[in-house]
Write a protein that binds this ligand. Structure first.
Ligand SMILES: *Cc1c(COP(=O)(O)O)cnc(C)c1O
Length: 398
C-alpha cells in the first residue's frame, strides 16, 4: 500500500509546502514540527483533558502563551488548539453569541443577534454566522479595510443596531493581506460592549515580525483571536491557535456535560485546563505540540526572521512589478501577498499563464479576483522561495 501511496496518491498532490507553491496560502512546516507530529500521532495522546494529558496540555498552553504575549493579551488569556481557522472562528463566535445574548437578555426580544463584519471578511465567517443563526451587519469598506470610521458610519446608518453582539476584524485578509484597523474597531467594540473577534488565521503570525508590529496595534483589545500555525507559523496541518481574553466565558459555552466526563472536571484551583471546554470539540489531537517542540528547537527569533522573509519577498516583488511597464501593482502589500495586473490580459490569459507555469513545474500560482477583475496573485510564505523564481514567473507575462 505504500506503493499505492508513492505511485498514485503522492503524484496527485500539489505540494503546498514547496517554495514554488505561491497560491492560496502555502504551508512550510519545519522539520522539527513534522518530526514531532509523528510523535504525537504515535503516542495516542487524548488531548481532551488535564486528567488524561496534563503534560501535553501544559506544553500546548506554553505555546499558546507565546502567541498571547506577542498579541498583547492579558495574563489570564487562554484557549486551545483546534483544527483550523474555520473551527476557531466558529468556536469563538459561539461564545460571542452566548455572551451577547446573556448581556442583552430581553432587549434582544426574539431578534437574531447581529455581528458587524467588513466586506472582505473570510468565507468561514459568513458560514459561521449562518450556522449560528446570526446575521451580518456588513460594513462598506471602499479600500477593503475595516476601520473605526467605516464601522461608525455603518452603525449610524443602521435603523437599530441594538441587536449587535460582536464585531469581527481580520488581520489580514487572505486574498490581499490587508490588516484591519484593530485599534479603531476594538475601541468601538469596547464602547458598545460588543465582543471583539480578530481573525488572524492567515496574517496573525505577522505579530512576530518586528517590521509589521505597528499594523497590529489594537489586537490587545481582542476578546478572542485566532491564528493558524499551519499557515504562517510553520507548523503542520491541522493547527489553529484559539485564544480568549476571558476563557471562563468560553468554558461556559463549550463545556460538555456528560456523566462519564464528570471526572475530568474538578475544583482544583491549581490549574486544571481541559481543552475540550474552550471550543466545539471533545476528542482532539494534542496538535499544538509540533509547534511547541519546533519553537523550542529553533527559538522565537528564527520564527521572526522566517516571517520577515515573506514580507521582504512581497516588497521586492511589488517593486519589480511597479517597475515593469506592462504590469501594474494593485496595492502596496501589507503582509506576504501581492496582487498585480498584466495590462491587456483577459481571464483566459491569466489561466493559461498559470496552467503553463504549473505544467512546466515552475510554480503553482493560480489567478485570483480583485473587485471582480481577474488578477495575478503571489502568496509568499516559504522562507526558501528565491527572488529569482519570482523574476522567472514575471518574465512569462512578457
Ligand atoms: C485560512 C483562513 C481561514 C480558515 O482557516 P482554515 O484553517 O482553512 O479553516 C479563516 N480566516 C482567514 C482570514 C483565513 O486566511
Amino acid at each position: 500500500m505504500l506503493g499505492v501511496y508513492s505511485s498514485v496518491i503522492a503524484p496527485s498532490i500539489i505540494s503546498a509546502d514547496s517554495p514554488r507553491f505561491l497560491g492560496f496560502i502555502p504551508a512550510a512546516p519545519t522539520k522539527a514540527s513534522l518530526l514531532f507530529d509523528m510523535v504525537v500521532s504515535s503516542a495516542s495522546i487524548q488531548g481532551i483533558s488535564w486528567l488524561e494529558a496534563s503534560g501535553a496540555i501544559a506544553a500546548e498552553n506554553s505555546a499558546l502563551r507565546v502567541i498571547a504575549d506577542e498579541a498583547g493579551m492579558p495574563a489570564g488569556a487562554g484557549g486551545c488548539f483546534v483544527s483550523g481557522g474555520s473551527a476557531g472562528n466558529l468556536s469563538a463566535l459561539a461564545v460571542a453569541r452566548e455572551t451577547g445574548k446573556h448581556r442583552l437578555g430581553d432587549a434582544l426580544a426574539g431578534r437574531r443577534p447581529r455581528v458587524v463584519v467588513g466586506e472582505d471578511a473570510h468565507s468561514s465567517i459568513v458560514n459561521t454566522l449562518r450556522l449560528l443563526e446570526m446575521d451580518a451587519l456588513v460594513v462598506r469598506t471602499p479600500d477593503h479595510r475595516l476601520t473605526g470610521p467605516t464601522v461608525r458610519a455603518a452603525i449610524a446608518a443602521d435603523p437599530d443596531p441594538s441587536d449587535v453582539v460582536a464585531v469581527v476584524a481580520t488581520s489580514g485578509t487572505t486574498n490581499a493581506g490587508i490588516v484591519d484597523d484593530l485599534a479603531g474597531v476594538g475601541a468601538i467594540a469596547r464602547e458598545h460592549d460588543w465582543w471583539f473577534h480578530v481573525d488572524g488565521a492567515y496574517g496573525g503570525s505577522g505579530i512576530f515580525a518586528h517590521s509589521l508590529k505597528p499594523k497590529y496595534a489594537g489586537l490587545e483589545l481582542a476578546d478572542s483571536f485566532i491564528l493558524d500555525p499551519h499557515k504562517w507559523l510553520f507548523a503542520p496541518f491541522d493547527c489553529c491557535a484559539l485564544l480568549y481574553r476571558q476563557p471562563a466565558l468560553a468554558k461556559a459555552t463549550h463545556t460538555q456535560d456528560a456523566s462519564y466526563l464528570d471526572v475530568i472536571h474538578t475544583d482544583d484551583p491549581a490549574g486544571e485546563w481541559n481543552p475540550t471546554d474552550y471550543a466545539y470539540h471533545l476528542t482532539r489531537r494534542a496538535r499544538g505540540l509540533p509547534l511547541w517542540f519546533s519553537l523550542a528547537v529553533h527559538g522565537i527569533d528564527a520564527y521572526r526572521s522566517a516571517i520577515e522573509v515573506a514580507v521582504d519577498l512581497a516588497r521586492q516583488t511589488a517593486e519589480l512589478i511597479a517597475a515593469t511597464p506592462h504590469l501594474e501593482l494593485i496595492r502596496e502589500p501589507d503582509l506576504g501577498v501581492v496582487l498585480f495586473r498584466r495590462v491587456g490580459w483577459s481571464p483566459a490569459d491569466y489561466d493559461e499563464w498559470a496552467t503553463t507555469l504549473h505544467r512546466d513545474g515552475i510554480a503553482f500560482i493560480p489567478p485570483s479576483k480583485w473587485e471582480g477583475e481577474t488578477v495575478g496573485r503571489f502568496a509568499f510564505l516559504h522562507p526558501h522561495t528565491p527572488m529569482e523564481l519570482v523574476r522567472q514567473i514575471l518574465d512569462r507575462t512578457a
